[in-house]
Design a protein around this ligand. Structure first.
Ligand code: GLU
Length: 376
């Protein structure tokens, strides 16, 4: 059995399939052992943030007329989330002697740096105050295109916000298998994933539990985000209560995705995964080499083309030509807007002042504000 490193702060993600095994109404069947585990962890001085799905399923229990509908409208789903969220909170709160606190987040709260920092400070304070923060997506106000969309990825963002050292994804299968165990009885469990690459994504079947939003793919996406930041991520079968007994003894029954040994700083990770880009900068191979191999900043001389309209301070994608293909190598915050860049592209930094009449900085994207898409 795999030994789990000691950890101090964990984000625990519990999916709808565990909260509402029948598809409607919060059940205590699996959440009670999870709550007992959370309490025991807190008694041992650990800190927990819970990411809980199940609002829509809980809301359905009060609206039998919507239960029969195959396709619910967006306002119907949003209303169900609003009704169910209070039931969900009540369902969790009854298990604990300490207060629970509710945080509803959506894509915007993670992609807007100010709101990100704000949410981070609140979570920190809620933990200091001895509460159990319970997070869900703000389904009631988030429109489809502005949602994180699944609570696996949301949990990874929360692990980043909470600066957790462990992400625990609770599901109803034993971990990551080399093929879909529901279709192939010879499927083998993979206990340890040292590095998440495309082969890991390939084996993640897209088969889904009808109640759950994400399949294995979203769990691996979440693990990728978290491990890059230095957060070990585990997938466990929370329908088996013995899994929690083992966990409390530092042993894992499930799959661990090992944290990256050289985690990138939180700001860079946020830039990579969360920051919305507004344009593209194409650079030559010399500049790409300097950025990739020498830790250099992006200077105007290396720029060959600029696409899109963006302002100073916005994020851009940086591409290099690789044979006939364009390769995304980095994301970064630009010090010049797209019009300025079109004028200074290919020019030396000392010419900036002559061309524009002013110079903000020598670099177009400073190294500290640049993150490589393929992490070293
Ligand atoms: N936020 C959704 C809910 O509470 C669940 C999303 C998910 O399970 O990934 O119903």
């Amino acid at each position: 059995m795999i030994e789990l490193n000691d950890w101090k702060r964990a984000v625990i993600k519990v999916g709808s399939g565990l909260i509402a095994p029948g598809g409607v109404k919060c059940s205590s069947k699996y959440t009670l052992p999870i709550a007992a585990f959370i309490t025991e962890c807190i008694n041992r001085g650990k800190e927990i943030v819970l990411v809980s799905s199940g609002a829509v399923a809980a809301g359905l229990s009060t609206q039998p007329q919507l239960l029969k509908k195959n396709h619910r409208s967006i306002p119907e789903k949003q209303a169900l989330a609003a009704i169910g969220q209070t039931l969900l909170m009540a369902s969790w709160s009854r298990f604990f002697d300490f207060p629970c606190s509710q945080i509803l987040l959506t894509y915007d709260d993670i992609h807007n740096r100010k709101r990100f920092v704000n949410a981070k400070n609140t979570i920190k304070k809620l933990l200091e105050l001895g509460t159990l923060p319970i997070v869900n997506e703000n389904d009631t106000v988030a429109t489809e295109e502005l949602k994180v969309g699944d609570n696996d990825n949301l949990a990874a963002y929360v692990a980043m916000l909470a600066e957790a050292d462990l992400l625990i994804i609770c599901t109803d299968i034993d971990g990551l298998y080399d093929s879909d165990p529901k279709k192939n009885k010879n499927a083998k469990l993979i206990p340890v994933v040292e590095k998440i690459d495309s082969s890991i994504f390939q084996i993640a079947s897209n088969s889904k539990n009808p109640i759950a939003t994400g399949g294995m793919r979203t769990k691996i996406e979440a693990a990728q985000k978290a491990t890059e930041l230095g957060i070990d991520t585990i997938i466990i079968n929370a329908t088996k209560s013995e899994v929690f007994d083992y966990l409390l003894n530092g042993k894992l029954m499930g799959t661990i995705f090992k944290k990256n040994k050289n985690p990138i700083a939180a700001k860079k990770l946020w830039m990579l995964h969360a920051l919305q880009t507004n344009g593209k900068i194409y650079i030559d191979t010399g500049a790409a080499k300097a950025i990739l191999k020498k830790g250099a900043s992006l200077l105007p001389s290396g720029i060959t083309n600029v696409e899109g309209e963006f302002k100073k301070g916005e994020a851009v994608e940086i591409y290099v030509k690789d044979g006939n293909d364009l390769k995304l190598i980095a994301k970064g915050i630009t010090q010049y807007n797209s019009n300025e860049l079109k004028k200074i592209q290919g020019k030396k930094s000392i010419q900036i002042k002559n061309i524009l009449g002013y110079q903000t900085t020598e670099e177009v994207v400073h190294r500290d504000e640049l993150v490589l898409t393929e992490l070293e």
